[in-house]
Design a protein around this ligand. Structure first.
Ligand code: PMV
Length: 325
């Protein structure tokens, strides 16, 4: 028996970093996915196969004992083993587990690869242990996934795992779905500079400590801007929506998560974009731009050959799972 779950990548349209400090954010799930397949084995080990390599530890291992990138999986297995319901029914029968991760989400560029992986793994592993777990629904799955992500990134706002679970476009933390009727036509461009979310979040923490009043002002401005962006969407006003994206970028510049490469990319799209900003932690990773249809073909030349770009479509499914016999 195999338990297969997949979850989408995400973009942050508004509110990255500020959301860690309690502001709202707007996120959208996009059409790139990670699939996690898990099955029981006879090997008395936990084995994880991924693009990062293969890793194997005794089934009795605790997540705190293992390398960072594999902690979420071991944490989820520990959790499932500990839940009385699972233990009573299955524990004595479980020798080992094998987990395989297949992903088309680029790693470490702000598209939520690690959150999507935690969401897919939470669904796949809990469903493997007890097929009715997923009946607890999205809140329970998000909770498990966020806690798994916290084993590698304790400060996470939880916004990424939430949108990867629910799919579509949401306001966070209310998890209200936003029905965007206008065609967003969002372009994602990868600076090809890998980033480290934890380091960027720590940098912003330092900025906040040294500039308390201004940071608090920026949080208020961000909340206001998000309300305006939601109104712009409701009114089908793409121009205002784009302007709000560029305004958000100014706040991200001010908290120092941008750099020359990202600024150059943003400026190179200036003539054809209604709004452009970093998406995710910044310091590298991706930018998103709201581009009119007729200008899409000008993008590769303006950005240069060394950057990757693609157009993002909204994912409405969120996490999905199935058991294969
Ligand atoms: O770059 P990513 O995909 O790891 O996104 C990070 C988003 C932050 O707001 C910076 C952190 C968070 O937990 O919300």
């Amino acid at each position: 028996m195999k338990s297969v779950a997949s979850a989408p990548a995400k973009i942050i349209l508004f509110g990255e970093h500020f959301v860690v400090h309690g502001t709202k954010a707007i996120l959208a799930a996009i059409d790139k996915r990670v699939t996690v397949t898990s099955s029981f084995t006879e090997n008395k080990t936990i084995k994880v196969n991924s693009q990062l390599g293969t890793f194997e530890v005794p089934i009795s291992s605790s997540y705190v004992e293992v390398e960072n990138e594999f902690r979420p999986f071991v944490y989820l297995i520990n959790q499932c083993m500990q839940m009385k319901m699972f233990r009573d029914v299955f524990y004595r029968n479980v020798n080992g587990l094998e987990i395989t991760i297949d992903s088309d989400i680029p790693i470490g560029v702000g598209l939520g690869s690690s959150s999507a992986c935690c969401v897919a793994a939470a669904a796949s592993i809990s469903e493997l242990f007890y097929t009715r777990t997923t009946l607890f629904g999205n809140p329970q799955q998000t909770y498990l996934a966020i806690n798994a992500e916290k084993t590698i990134f304790p400060d996470t706002s939880g916004a990424d795992c939430t949108v990867c679970t629910y799919g579509g476009m949401i306001e966070y933390p209310s998890i209200e779905k936003i029905d965007n009727t206008f065609d967003l036509n969002l372009l994602i461009a990868n600076s090809m500079i890998p980033h480290n979310t934890k380091n960027s979040v720590e940098k912003v923490n330092k900025f906040k400590k040294n500039n308390e009043d201004r940071f608090s002002q920026l949080c208020d401005l961000e909340n206001g801007l998000i309300n305006e962006a939601i109104t712009a969407m409701k009114n089908n006003n793409t121009t205002t929506f784009g302007l709000k994206m560029s305004e958000n970028q100014k706040y991200l510049e001010e908290i120092q998560v941008s750099n020359d490469t990202l600024r150059d990319m943003i400026s190179s799209l200036k003539e054809i974009s209604l709004g452009t900003k970093i998406t995710g932690a910044g310091d590298g990773g991706c930018i998103i731009a709201l581009i009119k249809d007729e200008n899409m073909d000008k993008v590769p030349e303006l950005l240069g050959k060394d950057k990757e770009c693609f157009s993002a479509k909204l994912d409405t499914k969120g996490v999905v799972w199935k058991i294969e016999k």
